[in-house]
Structure formats: C-alpha cells, structure tokens
Design a protein. Structure first.
Lengths: 196, 196
DNA sequence: GGAAAAACGATCCACGTGGCCTGTTTTGTT
DNA sequence: AACAAAACAGGCCACGTGGATCGTTTTTCC
C-alpha cells in the first residue's frame, strides 16, 4: 500500500470515527482518546494528521459537507418531484439521520469557538450555494436570490424539526408535524417558475 | 433578610449566571467555577443548592422555560396581529436573542445526556402546550392537534433560522430569509379559523 | 541499498474539572 | 440565651483531557 494511500485511509478512518463519536457522545464527548479508540489509531497518528483538536473538527466539517450534499442530491435525484409527500419523507429521513446530528453538534460548538466557526461558515456557505442551485434547477426558480432564500428557509425548517426530534421521546411524535409542513410548503412549491 | 429569601436570591443569581455562561461560553464552558465566579457565590453554595451538575442544568432549563414563555407571550400580546411583517420581526427579535442561544446549548447537550434530556423534554412539552394554546387563541384555530402541529412547525422554523444565525457572519445575512418565511406563512395564517 | 522523510505508536505532563469534605456564619425556635 | 438547622465558604483530590515529546516502522527516492 502506498504511503499516501495509507495516509488517506487513516485520515478517513479518523474522520469517520470523529463523526460517529459526535453522533453518539456529542462534541464534548469526542475526545482524542475516544476518536483513536474508534478509529483503531494511536494518539500519535491523530496528532500527526491533525496537530490541534480544532483541525480535526474542521476536517470533520468538510467530511460532513460531502456527506450532507450527497444525501441531498440523492433525495432530490430519485423519485417523483411532484409527489410532495414522498419528497418530504425523503428529506425527513435525511434530517432525522446521524449526519445532521453530527452537524448540529459542530454548529453549536462553533457558536463559542471562533476558529471552528469560520471553518464551518465556509463549509455552510458552500452547502447553501449547492443546495440553492439544486433548489433552483429542480423547482424552476429563476431568481437566484429567491432560490437561496428558499433553500435556506426549507433547510432551516428541517433543522428545527430535527432539533425537536432530540427532545421528543419518539419519532412518531416529531413526524406528526409533517402534514403541517406539507401544508406550509404546498402553495409555495406549486407555482413552478412563477416568481415575479 | 429571611433565610429562604436569601436562598431564593442565591439560586436566582446562580441560574442567571448559568444562563449567561451558557450563552457566552457554551454548555462545555459552563463549569461550576465559571458559574460561581459570575454569581459571586462559592462552590459550597452551588453544590448545596444543586448537588450535581445535572441538577443545575435542569433548574436552568426551568428558568429558561419561564423566560421563553414570557418573551413569546409579550410578542403575541402587543401589536397588531394582522401585520405579519411586524409579528415576524418580533419573533425574530426573540429567536436571535440570548435566551434561545442558551436553550440551543441545553438541547444539544441533552441529546447525549439522558438525565438532562428527560428534564428538558418535560419543559419542552410544557412550552409547546402553552405555545399551542397561544397559537390557538390568537389565530383562531379550533382543532387542538392542528394548533399544536402549527405551533411546533413555526417554532421549528425559527429554531432553524437561529441556527443559521450562528454561522452567518452578520445578522443581515440571516435576516434576508425573512421575506421567504413571510411568503411561506402568509397563506397559512390568512385563513383564520378555516380549518377542515 | 541506504538515507531521508513520512506515517505511526506510546508515554508523559500540566491543567481544569466535578464532586466531596470539613469548617463557619446566619437564621429560626424554644 | 441556647440550640438546631439551614445557607454558605473554600480547600482538597482523583481523574480525564489536550498536546508535546520521544522512539519505531514503513515507503520513497537516488
């Protein structure tokens, strides 16, 4: 195995372990030792690739960016877009999944960590741009500003729903708001390409 | 000063210090020492009133419940309800404020802390019930289930917007989605009492 | 094939943390 | 006044943490 291939493999294992730890233990519980344990790596290996803890988290943010974008593209690619219920179901499947939990941990951690915030802000800007592009081409919104605002709004809505999921004792409880969301989005998505 | 009055005063100072620390330093940065420093109390006093760290956070959640409910009631009480822009502005003022930042910290911390989660779930259920009641009487929705779902949806939307605020470098950037939100809510709130 | 560099492993340390513990002061009761 | 009980003060300690500093192995290049 090539040296760089091994390096990439280790980094990948470290990042996946970091994301898993973020999901199961939270940002605070994601200690270097915990990540090493999950990745089957040593502390030396971790600190070799990511000298500071902030570097690991920033890299994890990049990793999550790829994961979230892939999930979004997949959700919008397959299936009938006119079927709003199915679309909401797919979005809900994403936003009740682990990637968003890890993302939540990073965002909240970034609120009081300036270095992490700038890293996440960059990634979030990229994600929003890509999501807006998806939104624009899929729903036929011409105005870029409108597309961006729309994408951000929908993403914010689902972000909030996944927050509710944390406190609700069952998935059913949170899922019960989906009809309301559907009712909220229906008139907006109905007028394809009819932006002023 | 009476003994219980002193006790209450100390507890209040501790809880306000906890909330302030949550806002400025995050859940992880809210150490016992930090809270004592801000409250001007000693470690002994803190551990006397709240033997475990989880007790302090649970009490802080109760404190935040009162704060958030008061803010919501005030926002809905004053002003013209037909003026959707003004209403959104008032809600935005709440959700970009410190109380929601502290709430966010607690919710995310509760995700990986079962004890805190049950405490927060109880408080959140209370808050949702009260918010649904407000929503119901203000907007004239008869069906209780619809009112609950509607209140939860709107709160989720603003929760997500405040999350966006964390990463956006300026308030203007996040505020730009308000027109989209307005457009989203307008048809829904327009049909007062016209639930099927 | 040997040196240089990169990837990796293991150990160690200063430090902040939560919780415990024993005093000390203040209030309420008889 | 005397006593009990609460509120408060602050020192103490075991522990986990991040990060630095070694040493070891593997790959690449000339």
């Amino acid at each position: 195995m090539s040296v760089q291939a091994r390096s990439i493999a280790t980094r990948t294992r470290l990042l996946e372990a970091t994301v898993a730890a973020l999901v199961e233990r939270g940002a605070h519980g994601t200690s270097l030792a915990e990540v090493c344990r999950r990745a089957g790596a040593s502390k030396g290996a971790l600190l070799h690739h990511y000298p500071r803890r902030a570097d690991l988290f920033a890299a994890a943010a990049d990793h999550l960016f790829a994961l979230r974008l892939a999930e979004l593209e997949e959700a919008l690619a397959l299936g009938d877009l006119a079927d709003l219920d199915a679309l909401l179901e797919r979005l809900w499947a994403i936003y009740s999944g682990p990637t968003l939990a890890a993302w939540l941990e990073l965002v909240v951690a970034a609120r009081t960590d300036p270095a992490l915030r700038v890293a996440l802000a960059r990634v979030d800007a990229d994600l929003t741009r890509r999501a807006a592009a998806l939104f624009r081409q899929v729903f036929g919104v011409e105005d870029p500003a409108r597309a961006t605002a729309g994408a951000r709004t929908i993403m914010a809505l689902f972000d909030g729903l996944s927050l509710n999921l944390v406190l609700g004792q069952g998935e059913d409880h949170a899922r019960r708001v989906l009809p309301a969301v559907r009712e909220l989005l229906a008139p907006w998505l109905g007028k394809k390409g009819s932006s002023p």
